[in-house]
Design a protein around this ligand. Structure first.
Ligand code: AMP
Ligand code: ZN
Length: 460
């Protein structure tokens, strides 16, 4: 097996990947809080996780992948201040403040999220565990922390005492707290600013627990669900870089304090998608959804191509112009593959292997997708290999980059009929008629191409 190198936020280094179980990878991708549509910043996280999974599969690993669904307990500030995001959604949508209504809202946005993943050709994980279905696992973990003396209660909840966990903040190396400024808006009852809620009290809504009625904290949910489905430690934990300072350090603290074992061996984080140089975020009101893109004639797979042009760990700025450029490039590539004529002899195995080796090197080097894409274009332009082999190679790599390069747009029935008529006109050498038909097809927004196998069309 070829070596795989991954940048580990925990060690701050690029490391050779060594699985816990031979030939297998267990991976947890922090999932969405389903109180609204996902935006294309969020979706960058899941395309990154999908490339990671596909890279492992390309290297013949079996991947057990979990994406959790947060349908309760996430407050508007990741540091456990503010309103509950799901409660906010209930108000926004004029629904009653009940657990059933919360689940209704969650199911609706979960389905939308899943649709987004499918349209981006993201493989679905082994499980999408919902936080609301894992209350007993949360309670068990919190109980363990309580028994070991890591908690304290204040008026609004049971908290984790970060001063008791000497390794607190090891992920990404947290800077000392700027006490003069950070206290603003923070809960004055907390012993330390970084202490976080394990169980939030709520008399009206929520679940019974030995600690009181209420909701689990957002961080404990990920610790409990990852342990249930993947064990502890598992191989890889991912999320956006915004999760490093709070959410992931909190997950590490509570899981490791409770069970005296690391939570995950490798922590990987994607950088932000920005717009006008600011983070794309629901709270900033500057977010764009996949639907908006589609309304503007952008195919979700063009967005996937756009993401891959930048390394996952670098920030990337969104502009319509850049996205349109990505769509043109993606279509060109797809057209190239669909136009290749299946003919002639195979290229020498040597050339094939050289390209494969290069691709493996790039993708195994911490998912270097910009280099992998550049290699695909190099193959397109290589004058020394035949069309059929180019196609085979590109489609082989497409298993990892996932751009559906083998799929030709569905051609509507009326267009198919016009194509048949063109082919007949050609057979009869009635070129005036075939030209007229060609123009008619073009007026429906299709490009017409003559190939040795007959007339083909592509959406312009
Ligand atoms: P959330 O639903 O807010 O918990 O976010 C889901 C995922 O999207 C998390 O992994 C976040 O870190 C990530 N994320 C949020 N905003 C962005 C952004 N602008 N660019 C890239 N990833 C983001
Ligand atoms: Zn999480």
């Amino acid at each position: 097996m070829a070596n795989i190198f991954l940048q580990n936020t925990l060690s701050g280094k690029k490391e050779i990947f060594r699985p816990i179980k031979e030939g297998q990878v267990s991976m947890y991708n922090c999932g969405p809080t389903v109180y609204d549509y996902a935006h294309i910043g969020n979706l960058r996280s899941y395309v990154f996780a999908d490339i990671l999974r596909r890279m492992f599969e390309y290297n013949r690993y079996k991947v057990n992948q979990i994406i959790n669904i947060t349908d309760i307990g996430h407050l508007t500030s990741d540091a456990d201040e503010g309103e509950d995001k799901m409660a906010k959604a209930l108000k926004r949508e004029g629904k009653p403040m009940t657990l059933e209504a919360m689940r209704e809202v969650a199911d609706f946005y979960f389905e939308k999220f899943k649709d987004d993943l499918v349209q981006l050709n993201i493989k679905l994980p082994s499980h999408f565990p919902f936080a609301s279905e894992h209350i007993s696992e949360d309670i068990e973990l919190i109980q363990k922390l309580l028994d070991k003396g890591y908690t304290y209660a204040i008026s609004d909840g049971l908290y984790f005492d970060t001063s008791k966990f000497s390794d607190y903040g090891k992920l990404g190396g947290l800077a000392p707290i700027d006490t003069d400024h950070s206290r603003i808006g923070a809960n004055p009852e907390k012993k330390s600013l970084r202490d976080f809620v394990l169980w939030k009290f709520n008399r009206e809504l929520g679940y019974d627990s030995p600690f009181g009625h209420g909701f689990p904290g957002w961080h404990i949910e990920c610790s409990a669900m990852s342990r249930k489905y993947l064990g502890q430690p598992f191989d890889i934990h991912t999320g956006g870089i915004d999760h490093i300072p709070v959410h992931h350090n909190n997950e590490i603290a509570q899981s490791e304090a409770a069970y005296d074992a690391p939570l995950a061996n490798i922590w990987m984080h994607n950088s932000f998608l920005t717009i006008n140089k600011g983070k794309m975020a629901k709270s900033e009101g500057n977010f764009i959804t996949l639907n908006t893109l589609k309304e503007k004639g952008i195919d979700p797979l063009a967005l996937r191509y756009f993401y891959l042009t930048t390394h996952y760990s670098s920030p990337m700025n969104f502009t319509w112009q850049a996205l349109k450029g990505a769509q043109i490039a993606w279509k060109k590539l797809r057209n190239f593959v669909s136009r290749t004529v299946l003919d002639s002899k195979d290229m020498s195995k040597g050339t094939f292997d050289i390209y494969k080796e290069k691709f493996t090197t790039y993708i195994n080097d911490d998912l270097d997708t910009p280099q992998a894409l550049a290699l695909v274009w190099e193959i397109v332009k290589d004058k020394n290999i035949n069309q059929r082999d180019k196609r085979d190679l590109i489609l082989y790599f497409d298993k990892v980059i996932g751009l559906k390069l083998d799929k030709v747009d569905d051609v509507p029935k009326n267009i198919q009929k016009l194509i048949e008529e063109i082919n007949e006109a050609r057979m009869e050498k009635d070129f005036a008629k075939s030209d007229k038909l060609r123009k008619e097809i073009e007026s429906f927004g299709f490009e017409v191409m003559d190939t040795p196998e007959g007339t083909k069309v592509e959406k312009k």
